[in-house]
Design a protein around this ligand. Structure first.
Ligand code: SAH
Length: 252
């Protein structure tokens, strides 16, 4: 039997944010490879083998998945959110050329709802116009690149979704990022901290770039920083909506 690898997005947390394709791919797997907490989220059958590992060992996980597939196993590699967004799909394809047998494997990617989409859905429509996603983690890229991209995104007036805002090793990074954005963008720019979206401890905090406390962000937080057009729509007795209109100026 020839093995295969499916790289699966589990969505941000709740079962209803996992696609039927992802669910079916997990059910069809003989082996599930992933970061411990994601593997723990799944209820596996006794005949399915779980290979949970530490978050920093992405490349090892990718190699393990490819190796198991060459042994004829049906492997599901799981990521939170979407597997193509700062997650395992890239690691699998970065590893795939290391062994000629791996290039002959059947490899598929099952998309998922990424954190940015889940957060946007809760907030209203903050990603309604041009936006970009930037990971603040400098484990895999130099901080100078992060700074260059933040500046360019701010100067381009994109809405910015910040992933991985809290570095345990370097907690000052998020403060530096906000300081940089404040040099380009207006203090009144709407900002949302969306924490643990879709989970029991979900928290949404609306603020402005001038007033935001970057230390609010932890590993489970996605930050959305508006463009010059983004605004809050206030509501009586309910959280404001955060909206980036699709048009500059009025449209008929
Ligand atoms: N592949 C994932 C992202 C992995 S990077 C995806 O597509 O969502 C991990 C970062 O994603 C976290 O630091 C946080 O910024 C964000 N994140 C993941 N799940 C989240 C959730 N439920 N709520 C808010 N942010 C989340």
């Amino acid at each position: 039997m020839s093995g295969r690898v499916v790289v699966i997005g589990l969505g941000p947390g709740p079962a209803e944010w996992m696609t039927p394709e992802a669910r079916a791919a997990i059910d069809a797997a003989s082996d599930v490879v992933g970061y411990g907490p994601y593997v723990d989220r799944l209820t596996l059958r006794p005949d399915q083998r779980a290979h949970a590992s530490d978050n920093r060992l992405e490349m090892n996980r990718a190699r393990l998945a490819l190796k198991l597939a060459t042994e004829g196993r049906a492997v599901a590699v799981v990521s939170g959110g979407d597997p193509g967004v700062f997650a395992m799909a890239a690691a699998v394809f970065e590893a795939v050329e290391e062994d000629p047998r791996w290039l002959r494997l059947e490899i598929a990617v099952a998309p998922g709802v990424t954190a940015m989409q889940a957060a946007a859905a809760r907030l209203g429509a903050p990603l309604g116009h041009d936006f970009c996603a930037i990971s603040l983690s400098d484990n895999l890229k130099p901080w100078a690149i992060v700074e260059r991209r933040l500046r360019a995104a701010a100067e381009g007036d994109f809405v910015i979704a910040l992933y991985n805002p809290a570095s345990q090793a370097r907690p000052a990074r998020i403060v530096e990022a906000f300081d940089l954005l404040r040099t380009v963008k207006a203090a009144a720019t709407p900002v949302a901290f969306a924490r643990a979206v879709g989970r029991a401890d979900e928290t949404l905090t609306l603020t402005t770039l001038g007033e935001a406390d970057p230390n609010l962000a932890d590993m489970a937080t996605l930050i959305i920083i508006g463009s010059s057009e983004t605004r809050f729509i206030a509501r009586d007795g309910a959280r404001a909506w955060m909206v980036t209109p699709r048009a500059y100026g009025t449209r008929g």
